[in-house]
Design a binder for this molecule. Structure first.
Ligand code: PMP
Length: 398
């Protein structure tokens, strides 16, 4: 039966993580996977989450099935984070939210809804993008094209090209946009650029999916939702994929949500029924535990304040590591100015290293980055940043 099955390639990001694990060198550094780590190089258990875990443990509730659409308190929290307290979208009930298996699961539900229920066949992703955008939409039956995002020559957003590419898309094309903290470039639109993109989306009849996997990692929970609130105010229908992997440090618990913003409450109820049917036929209902943790934190003002503080701490540490890397590169005499690292947003930096330089970093220094030159700034700390800067400088010189 399987004699002719060819092996599939390793995942370009998760595969690197496996190689890192197998590397025996003590000085090794993992800058590949998009996971926040503390100054000690550990994935944190947030204090607010720890307290929620204790409460859940003490409640000793039975592990019954949840709803197909997931934890309703989680859904309400997702909408509050996206649209703000007392927003028009929430009040009018013109959006529905379904709990998903992380942000990935939300994107898959979005793609399935748009393809199998709405009949869309074309999608467009940024160049470059998080690779799974392409894979998920292809697997859902889409013909995936692209729009230019990055200008290699000067390390900026190729905005004019991007506008031209979007304008050339056929009406009804699903456009996947990174709501904040663009992965992998770390370059986000300004408010005015978002307005221009929105105008093209409206003029050309494109279907936006805003992917927000890092809310709170750029400037703050409210600020990072700017693009989503702008789209909501415009009155168009669109979709949002949310992830709590990073913001709650709950990677393996797989907590996320798909939100579909419709024209009115009746439409939202019908869309919800369709998304539920897809979830039912796919995984029946989502896991309870991670969503209960998030809902417990969200529902308690003290825990919620603590979580926001901890999110702020993660954000601040990433910022300080950007500055530390830039300063260390200056001190090492890097042939290239690394100021771009401090200008970029979110967890990642697009270094401009070639696949050959990335390979040398791995082989000679045990420093693991993604082949496209993306590094996770949150993998840096005060113990390893000098070592990393030395290696980064060396591979540029010869
Ligand atoms: N979108 C983007 C842009 C991401 O970077 C990620 C995580 N790497 C996701 C979605 C998916 O997140 P999750 O781990 O919650 O599935």
């Amino acid at each position: 039966l399987f004699a002719e099955v060819a092996g599939a390639p390793e995942d370009p990001i998760l595969g690197v993580g496996q190689q890192y694990k197998a590397d025996p060198r003590a000085e090794k550094v993992n800058l590949s996977v998009g996971v926040y780590q503390t100054e000690e190089g550990k994935i944190p258990v947030l204090r607010a989450v720890r307290e929620a875990e204790t409460r859940l443990y003490n409640a000793a509730a039975p592990h019954g099935y949840g709803q197909i659409s997931g934890n309703p308190a989680l859904g309400a929290f997702v909408q509050e984070l996206l649209f703000g307290k007392d927003s028009e979208v929430v009040r009018s009930r013109r959006a529905c939210t379904v709990q998903s298996l992380g942000g990935t699961g939300a994107i898959k539900l979005a793609a399935d809804l748009l393809h199998f229920v709405v009949g869309k066949t074309k999608a467009a992703t940024s160049v470059p993008t998080w690779g799974n955008h392409n894979a998920i939409f292809k697997q859902a039956g889409f013909d995936v094209s692209h729009y230019q995002y990055y200008n290699k020559a000067d390390g900026t957003i190729a905005f004019e090209q991007l506008l031209a590419d979007l304008r050339a898309k056929e009406a009804g094309t699903v456009v996947i946009l990174h709501a904040c903290c663009h992965n992998p470039t770390g370059l986000d639109f300004t408010a005015d650029q978002w307005k221009e993109v929105l105008q093209i989306v409206i003029d050309r009849g494109l279907v936006p999916l805003l992917d927000i996997a890092y809310q709170g990692f750029d400037r703050g929970l409210e600020e990072d939702a700017f693009s989503i609130r702008l789209f909501a105010e415009s009155g168009i229908s669109f979709l949002v994929s949310s992830s709590f992997s990073k913001s709650f440090s709950l990677y393996g618990e797989r907590v996320g949500g798909l939100t579909v913003v419709c024209q009115n409450a009746d439409e939202a109820a019908r869309v919800l029924s369709q998304v539920k049917q897809m979830a039912r036929a796919n995984y029946s209902n989502p896991p309870n535990y991670g969503a209960s943790l998030v809902a417990t934190v969200a529902g308690d003002p003290v825990l919620r304040a603590q979580w926001e503080e901890e999110l702020g701490e993660m954000r601040a540490r990433i910022r300080s590591m950007r500055v530390a890397l830039k300063n260390a590169m200056d001190a090492e005499g890097s042939p290239r100015d690394f100021s771009f690292v401090t200008a970029q947003d979110g967890m990642f930096s697009f270094t401009g290293f070639t696949p050959e330089q990335v390979e040398r970093l791995k082989k000679e220094y045990g420093i693991y980055a993604v082949a496209n030159g993306r590094i996770c700034i949150a993998g840096l700390n005060n113990h390893n940043v000098q070592y990393v800067a030395k290696a980064f400088t060396a591979v540029q010189k010869n």
